[in-house]
Write a protein that binds this ligand. Structure first.
Ligand SMILES: [Zn+2]
Length: 66
């Protein structure tokens, strides 16, 4: 199952919570997700799931860092 995001879209995506860049990650279920790179001060670090190649950049829907 290939779930890729368009490169141009991937470039401009930012965390809606803190506007930091997003890194590619994988959920516990093995599906791709985008993870906020702002983990230095533990202020954010939210992870956003990707549904059908479309990142769900909703803070309410995001997975909180452990
Ligand atoms: Zn963030």
């Amino acid at each position: 199952m290939a779930t890729t995001i368009e490169p141009w879209l991937r470039e401009i995506l930012r965390c809606p919570n803190c506007l930091s860049e997003l890194a590619d990650g994988t959920t516990a279920e093995g599906t791709p997700e985008l993870v906020c790179t702002n983990t230095a001060n533990t202020a954010c670090g939210l992870a956003y799931r990707i549904e059908d190649g479309v990142p769900v950049l909703l803070i309410d829907e995001a997975r909180k860092p452990r």
